[in-house]
Design a binder for this molecule. Structure first.
Ligand SMILES: *Cc1c(COP(=O)(O)O)cnc(C)c1O
Length: 389
């Protein structure tokens, strides 16, 4: 707890260097200059900052704070969550690797596997539903190098046994990766459960204000951290911009307050929807009715603001409900101050639904993000929209 408080306040900062400014400045520069050629020749030792594609002081400050929050040794910030995800795969896999991917992970991660890593790098992928560890173990091959996880995943909030997967992976020398965006570093710390690489999309809760795109990887292993930073990020050129890093640092300062409020409202909304006569089912990790409630209690400290539900009515009615919402805006992201709603799988084909173990009726899944407008306001909005169908 003390570590967390330090990380979101002044960890890594040196106020004397910033003329006592209580908030560090944004280092909006592409390079650093030296007093002599001798000093330039010694770069990297006394002065770690040389050129902005390799490192920037503001980006580094954000990385130190997030590494501390995740209890890792190093964090590496990228220009987007997808740049971070792709970099993790590039760092771990080689041509011909086999990857085991949890079925419910963020769709663009499956797209980059299908459209790039499989055809261009002859990587093969097996999908796992995230549930039974015996089934995961059965998928392991001699060339399995990486397991990709997201827990909870963000359509029906499937959770996977993080420590269980990490234990199996270690025994087979396989690296594990998890998208921890939903929980934030405050509500789940996968590195402490044996995971090798943790990813956060900064456009969601870390940024928190829907004004940045960025991604960050956190590791416990110094060699892997060096590979990610000095080879993959520096040479592929995907570093986060300094202004985005500064906004990420600002986001961290209110992260505990924000996620607590998101959680409180989402819990109230989930309970309300669960009792609503027009609602068939609700998916939220905070509900006692979640099929994995026991596991969730073991590995998550909290739940944040995203949930989904399915109406008893036909899927087409779901779009009507979303159209009737007045406070919830229609949009595909989440994690910001604003409430959002969407039917993310309305246009999925039957085989795409079957792949996710969903029925044709589940096409009408409504996903909502509970923002900071206030619990009463949002429950009223849901009530009036549901009344109209
Ligand atoms: C938004 C999102 C991403 C992608 O992040 P970008 O910064 O948009 O590339 C990855 N994982 C999850 C769970 C997300 O919600």
């Amino acid at each position: 707890m003390r570590e967390e408080r330090l990380a979101i306040t002044h960890l890594g900062e040196d106020q004397k260097q910033y003329m006592g400014a209580v908030v560090p400045p944004v280092f909006m520069n592409s390079l650093h200059v030296f007093e002599s050629m001798e000093e330039y020749a010694a770069r990297g030792e006394e002065q770690p900052y040389v050129y902005g594609r390799a490192a920037n002081p503001t980006v580094n400050l954000l990385e130190e704070k997030i590494a501390a929050l995740e209890e890792g040794c190093r964090a590496v910030a990228f220009s987007s969550g997808m740049a971070a995800a792709a970099s993790a795969i590039l760092a771990v896999c080689r041509a011909g690797s086999h990857i085991i991917c949890m079925r419910d992970v963020y769709q663009p991660v499956k797209n980059i596997l299908n459209r790039y890593f499989v055809p261009k790098m002859e990587i093969t992928v097996s999908y796992w539903d995230g549930l039974e560890l015996e089934k995961l173990e059965a998928l392991i091959q001699d060339n399995t190098d990486m397991i990709l996880l997201e827990s909870p995943a963000t359509f029906v909030f499937t959770v996977t046994d993080i420590a269980g997967v990490a234990g199996i992976a270690r025994a087979h020398g396989i690296k594990t990766y998890i998208d921890n965006t939903f929980c934030t570093p405050l509500y789940q710390k996968p590195l402490t459960m044996g995971i090798d690489i943790v990813m956060h999309t900064m456009s969601k809760y870390i940024g928190g204000h829907s004004d940045i795109i960025g991604g960050i990887l956190v590791v416990k292993d110094e060699e892997l951290g060096k590979m990610l930073q000095e080879t993959i990020r520096e040479l592929f050129g995907g570093i986060l911009g300094p202004m985005e890093a500064w906004l990420g640092i600002r986001g961290l300062r209110t992260l505990p307050l924000r996620v607590e409020k998101h959680q409180q409202t989402a819990m109230a909304a989930a309970r309300y929807l669960e009792l609503h006569p027009k609602v068939e089912k609700v998916f939220y990790t905070g509900l006692e009715s979640h099929p994995q409630a026991e596991l969730i209690k073991k590995q998550q400290k909290g739940h944040t603001g995203l949930l989904s539900f399915v109406l008893k009515d036909a899927p087409e009615k779901a779009a009507e409900v979303v159209n009737h919402l007045k406070v919830f805006e229609i949009g595909c992201s989440w994690g910001g101050f604003e409430s959002l709603a969407l039917c993310p799988i309305l246009s999925y084909k039957e085989e795409e639904l079957a792949f996710l173990n969903l029925t044709p009726h589940d096409r009408g899944l409504i996903r909502i993000h509970c923002g900071q407008e206030g619990t009463g306001v949002l429950l009223e909005d849901l009530e009036q929209a549901l009344k109209q169908v």
